[in-house]
Design a protein around this ligand. Structure first.
Ligand SMILES: O=c1ccn([C@@H]2O[C@H](COP(=O)(O)O)[C@@H](O)[C@H]2O)c(=O)[nH]1
Length: 273
């Protein structure tokens, strides 16, 4: 099954556009995981089990694992999702970008080593840096377009031939790069007007939308700006707000994560119609 078909099925099966982000920061994990050599894996596994019926995708951010030399635990997490929740798409957030020969190694890492259904990619180096990912024609290639951080405007708003760069990227991907129908774009929830512009350019292409939760993006504006005609089309990511939902030390972190994930999923669903 292709990434896009799997995503579409997950939107329906879990009635959800929520992407649960897995960004495990050791200092913020409950005490029982901090001295456990497999603590990151065990923490993420509980989060996955607590939210799998509420999510349309899981998105581990590779930096949180690489910084701790915990790639083995990332691999275990990916294996766990594929084994226990094979219907939920797994997105590796790595934001890779390099010359073609190196990009092919990054693609092997994402799709073969970690078994990701999709990977995030930086388009700054152009099509030959993105093309190698497309050899895995069933997998997704999620290209940065209008990122959620304020500094994204430094480059993404530059005028290129009468339009901002982010719109040029959206057009390029929709009209030229998406020959296999496997592309998606990253557009931040913190910029709903730009989200609406991108949606108007790319039709039904899926959008990965980080920026609600800890970054403060407005859910109503995000959904009304980014939804497709059938009320789907987005993977709206929340990481820290779900992972660290427990307010007090000792509170059941998985139950708290589930509560916030459910509230977020339901808040999103209010605006899909
Ligand atoms: O434009 C972007 C692209 C990616 N991200 C990633 O999404 C999550 C957001 O985490 P929160 O805790 O919900 O803020 C994180 O992994 C980022 O690297 C993004 O925020 N913005």
């Amino acid at each position: 099954m292709t990434f896009i078909n799997k995503l579409s099925a997950a939107w329906t099966a879990n009635d959800s556009l929520l992407c649960v982000g897995l960004d495990p920061d050791l200092a913020k994990l409950p005490a029982q995981f901090q001295n456990d050599p497999q603590g990151i894996y065990h923490f993420c596994r509980e989060i996955i089990d607590a939210t799998a019926d509420l999510a349309c995708s899981f998105k581990p951010q590779i930096a949180y694992f690489a910084a701790l030399s915990a790639e083995d635990q990332l691999q275990q997490i990916c294996d766990y999702v594929r084994e226990h929740y094979p219907h939920i798409p797994l997105i590796l957030d790595a934001k890779r970008g390099d010359i073609g020969a190196t990009a092919r190694q990054y693609a092997r890492e994402a799709y073969d080593r970690y078994g990701a259904d999709a990977v995030t990619v930086n388009p700054y180096m152009g099509f030959d840096s993105v093309e190698p990912y497309m050899e895995w024609s069933e997998r997704g290639v999620i290209i940065l377009c209008r990122t959620s951080n304020a500094g994204g405007s430094d480059l993404q708003f530059l005028d290129v031939g009468g339009q901002p760069l982010y719109q040029h990227v959206a057009r390029l991907v929709a009209e030229k790069w998406n020959a296999n129908g496997q592309c998606a774009l990253v557009v931040g929830a913190t910029f709903p007007e730009e989200l609406a512009q991108v949606r108007a350019i790319v039709g039904d292409m899926p959008l990965l939308v980080p920026g609600i939760g800890a970054q403060g993006g407005d859910i109503a504006a995000t959904v009304t700006s980014g939804r497709t005609a059938n009320g789907a089309g987005m993977m709206i990511n929340s990481s820290r707000a779900i992972l660290y939902a427990a307010a007090q030390p000792g509170e059941d972190f998985a139950a708290a994560a589930r509560r916030v994930a459910e509230e977020t999923r339901n808040a999103i669903n209010q605006y899909r119609a």
